[in-house]
Design a binder for this molecule. Sequence first.
Ligand code: SF4
Ligand code: SF4
Length: 226
Amino acid sequence: MSLKIDKFRYEGKKGFFNIFPKYCKGCGLCTEKCPYQVLDWSDELGIYGTPIVEPVNIERCTACGLCEMFCPDCAIVIEKKRKKKAFGEFLSGIKVKDMMSEKVQAVNTKMSIKELVEEFYRYKFGAFPVVDDSILKGLITMNMLKDIPKLQWSETEVGKVMMPLEQCLVVNPESDAVEVMMDMASDGSGRALVVQDERLIGIVSNTDIMRLIKLRTMFGSLVKGD
Ligand code: SF4
Ligand code: SF4
């Protein structure tokens, strides 16, 4: 069964295509966005028992990263060959405040899982910070709900399921983007919460990083001195 396998990894000419079945919900967005028709459905199953995708035409893959960028569940990771050097170059001089999303939608610890699922549908985010009375309490992602039976959704509170603050990756807006990206790569949630004066002021996800890299690839840097 796919979920026993952490990831499937495929090598193309320009890079590696990695897919994590435990995150893939089979929405098909990546197949639509791939400009080279690289992806199609696999026989392997993902988190909801639906097929995951696989690069059936890996020889056409340019490692452009669009599938990774558009996947709402961070189920795909594209590693360009010589990626570390490329990321270091692309994000050189960037601070967390330059790449974070500032409009943060939060939920609270008392919200039920049923209400939370409605928020996931409404905002199409893969995770929410959890905040009570302006105090950051933790983070909750879609994947944290997978073991909760639907019958218990109404009576289970977000605070009982979330990742508590002490386990979250919390960063300063002035932190170096490359260092935070490395920390995120080893962090299970794939997100960093940006805090200043004990208040949540932003969130950084893999999508934010990929969006910034794409901007800098297409339009160059706007960082002072570049
Ligand atoms: S990296 Fe680009 S070319 Fe390769 S599968 Fe993803 S979207 Fe398609
Ligand atoms: S976009 Fe992500 S979740 Fe959707 S099918 Fe592709 S890999 Fe799976």
